[in-house]
Design a protein around this ligand. Structure first.
Ligand code: NOJ
Length: 767
């Protein structure tokens, strides 16, 4: 088996495995032979749980330096996911118990070697191995934003489950996922890593992902610790520029940005990561309000918080801390337990304790939180329990996982346009021109935050392979690249035009390269890069129908491309099985069912744009530009594509919307029904969306908020009633005093296929 790195940069001596047996005996002595028995404990007022007692017994043996060591996390020397700080003596530091966790180490052989080093330390406290397993490990799944477009919570959970199975088999204990940041700004490159703009959908997805990663719970061999990140409000960076400041009302924070974190916590997220941004002037890493008051206080969170890469040190350039020492002090006092790559705790924390500036109880609390997770993972019992070569081998090329990846990928695709039912494509008798820079793309399909393997390109299915190798397909295929993703070279246009002229239909692949969205990948223009739009315009002039496949990690602004095309399919970045999933949809084996998890703007000038905005006192009623209303003079307010939008090869009719009562009292429930009929020719899946508006309240409420959705599958001609139950829980919001409650009054209940097309019923809800 090959790994993506063959140079193990650290000097490690071999043959250390035998030592762990000795270590184990040693640990049994102090960890399991506890000072008092359970009966004696029962008589005490507060009975400690067994893990707490084990943690305490370890803590009692630790020196201050060893405690600080547990709070220290370094990257490996071969993968960097942040600014590089070389450290010459990681081996020595592990052996002396000065490192509690490593990130960017994968593979049983590597994690085993490092764990063996940890077993040479005085207390033999095992290392934690963390990694950015964001959308798959060996099998790459669609980008998280693409998966969100499936609105399929069990598929999303399954994707995280498989990522956990594969990564835990490769020695990983902990993934830095899910990212649960709500974002309404597609200029921000990290929208690809989240679930989009909606708090309700984002919270359900956060929960599904945590459940998927943690499976049957920490301690199961195929579970990895989840990490809800980035706490908090990172997705609201001013101007969509990564790492930028966040200035927002506390009510928005509670109402829009915090609920997905709470959902992740309620689902059992073992860890949290804080964030790079400042929130209203206080860097999140140094924010006591976020970490101590909300997370560890009000929410009673018992896991630990890891800083983001270097974010403790970055409080100096923020202008919040004078130097690394004072940054260390602010971070630990604020509740940031583990220092990822700042070396702030390593260099200053022990001295800060000795000088009395940081109470030892604060350090102890952080250490205990981390040790607890190591116990829960079973690492004290067996530090090498995730170091099983056979298990790693089993999941190295595990066909059922690729099948699952294909299924999630086709569910993530969103059909945006299908004029004259140009799709699905016929399988026989057609000449199909495949044009564009991504026809033979491999690695691009993996998208940002994918893990690279030396043999991975052989496993990735290109669009060419997917479409040309499809079972039962006898079409003939032509190919021309046309142009590069970026750059100004048009020398390939003529060959592309020849292909188009010789074809019945042209499937064009356009979009962003995989590294144009992701961390530090903010864009000010969301248009197709390079000369791709010009290539589309040129092909369109041939009069041949274009089926446009758009690859991107964010909503793009591509109206001209849509106008020029007969069909538009948003394919994001779909992972290892991309080509097969695209072929499933294009040939109609899978009827597209994805729905947009973010609003698509007409131009960048509308950003931030989101469906659940407030109404203003002068709302623009339509897209006509009347005077003195809240509108642009040069473009309509409405988006290019609404939140929740997506087509199918069939059509659905919504009728007979009914509410069980028009006047509801107190804790009564309201049932809302609607009839959905498949009026087209294909069996298809519809996502029926329920929205609600509190028409007048003590604080202004959004024009609509998603409160529920259901996916149903109907045969042609089939009709089904879908019902939703609304309770006062769904009416609640944060009032001016930040109390989460509902208020009596009138409510607009809406049901529809997307946020831009809804039916209404008005009800009155009395106290
Ligand atoms: C920085 C990113 O913001 C974070 O999400 C990631 O987990 C860490 N780097 C580690 O790679």
């Amino acid at each position: 088996m090959q790994w993506q790195y063959n140079l193990f940069a650290m000097k490690v001596s071999n043959g250390m495995a035998k030592d762990w047996i000795a270590s184990l005996l040693y640990l049994v002595l102090f960890v399991f032979i506890l000072p008092s028995d359970i009966l004696a404990q029962k008589n005490r007022t507060k009975v400690k749980d067994p893990i707490d007692r084990k943690v305490d017994s370890v803590l009692r043996l630790m020196t201050l330096e060893e405690k600080v060591g547990q709070l220290n996390q370094y990257t490996s020397d071969w993968i960097f996911t942040g600014p590089i700080t070389q450290d010459n003596d990681k081996v020595g530091q592990i052996k002396s118990g000065m490192i509690g966790s490593m990130l960017n180490v994968t593979g049983v052989e590597h994690t085993r070697k490092l764990q063996e080093l940890a077993m040479q330390s005085r207390l033999k406290i095992p290392l934690l191995f963390g990694h950015d397993v964001i959308h798959g490990f060996r099998s790459t799944f669609p980008l998280p934003l693409a998966e969100a477009a499936s609105w399929d919570l069990s598929a999303i959970e399954q994707s995280a489950r498989i990522a956990a199975i594969e990564s835990s088999a490769a020695g990983i204990h902990w993934t830095f996922a899910p990212m649960v940041d709500i974002s309404r700004d597609p200029r921000w490159g990290r929208v690809m890593e989240g679930a989009g703009e909606d708090t309700y959908l984002g919270s359900l997805i956060a929960k599904a992902r945590v459940k998927g990663f943690q499976g049957n719970g920490l301690g199961s061999l195929d579970a990895v610790m989840a990490c809800a990140k980035h706490f908090a409000a990172y997705g609201a960076a001013v101007a969509g520029r990564d790492y930028n400041s966040v200035d927002m009302s506390i009510r928005s924070l509670w109402e829009t940005y915090l609920p997905p974190f709470k959902a992740a916590l309620d689902a059992g997220a073992a860890t949290f990561m804080n964030s790079f941004n400042d929130l209203n002037g206080i860097p999140a890493t140094g924010s006591k309000f976020l970490q101590r008051d909300i997370l560890k206080g009000k929410w009673n969170y018992s896991g630990f918080v890891v800083s983001d890469w270097g974010s403790i040190g970055e409080m100096v350039p923020h202008g919040y801390s004078e130097n690394l020492r004072s940054a260390a002090k602010s971070a630990i006092l604020a509740g940031s337990d583990m220092d990822m790559e700042s070396r702030a705790y390593k260099n200053h924390l022990a001295e800060l304790v000795r000088s009395g500036e940081v109470p030892i109880s604060v350090v102890d609390d952080a250490v205990k939180r981390i040790l607890r997770k190591k116990f829960e993972l079973g690492l004290f019992e067996d530090p090498f329990r995730f170091s099983d070569e056979k298990r790693q081998e089993k999941y190295w090329n595990y066909a059922p996982h690729l099948e699952a990846a294909r299924d999630v990928a086709r569910k993530s695709i969103v059909l945006l346009k299908n004029k004259n039912q140009v799709l699905p494509l016929a399988k026989q008798g057609k000449k199909i021109g495949l044009v564009g820079p991504f026809v033979h793309a491999l690695k691009d399909h993996l998208g940002f935050w994918s893990i690279e393997w030396p043999d991975d390109t052989s496993r990735i299915i290109s669009t060419w392979k997917g479409l040309t190798n499809y079972p039962g397909v006898t079409n003939s295929f032509l190919y021309a690249k046309g142009c590069d993703i970026a750059g100004v070279d048009k020398s390939g246009f003529e060959a592309a035009l020849e292909v188009a002229r010789a074809s019945d239909i042209v499937v064009m692949t356009v979009g962003e390269a995989r590294d144009m969205s992701g961390e530090a990948k903010s864009r000010s223009s969301l248009r197709l890069p390079g000369v791709q739009q010009e290539l589309i315009d040129a092909i369109a002039k041939t009069g041949k129908p274009i089926v446009l496949l758009v690859h991107a990690g964010r909503p793009l602004v591509f109206d001209k491309a849509v106008d020029a095309s007969a069909a538009v399919v948003y394919t994001w970045w779909l992972g290892t099985q991309a080509g097969n999933a695209i072929a499933d949809v294009l040939y109609g084996t899978y009827n597209p069912s994805g729905r947009l998890p973010m609003t698509f703007p007409r131009t960048e000038g509308q950003i931030p744009i989101y469906y659940n905005h407030l109404n203003t006192g002068r709302p623009a009623q339509t897209d006509s530009q009347s005077l003195y209303v809240s509108a642009y003079i040069d473009l309509p307010n409405s988006p290019y594509y609404h939140f929740g939008y997506g087509l199918s090869y069939t059509t659905f009719d919504y009728s007979n919307m009914e509410v069980s009562d028009t006047i509801i009292r107190g804790n009564q429930k309201l049932t809302v029904r609607v009839r959905i009929t498949n009026t087209g020719q294909y069996k298809g899946k519809e996502t029926v969306q329920l929205y609600l508006r509190d028409i007048s309240a003590s604080v202004v409420r959004p024009v609509k908020e998603l409160k529920g959705f259901q996916q149903i599958e109907l045969n042609p001609g089939e009709s089904r009633e879908v019902s939703f139950v609304i309770t006062t829980e769904d009416l609640k919001f944060y009032n001016d005093a930040l109390v989460f409650d509902w208020e009596p009054g009138y409510f607009d209940i809406m049901i529809g296929p997307n946020a831009g097309k809804v039916m209404h019923k008005k009800v009155e809800w009395l106290k």
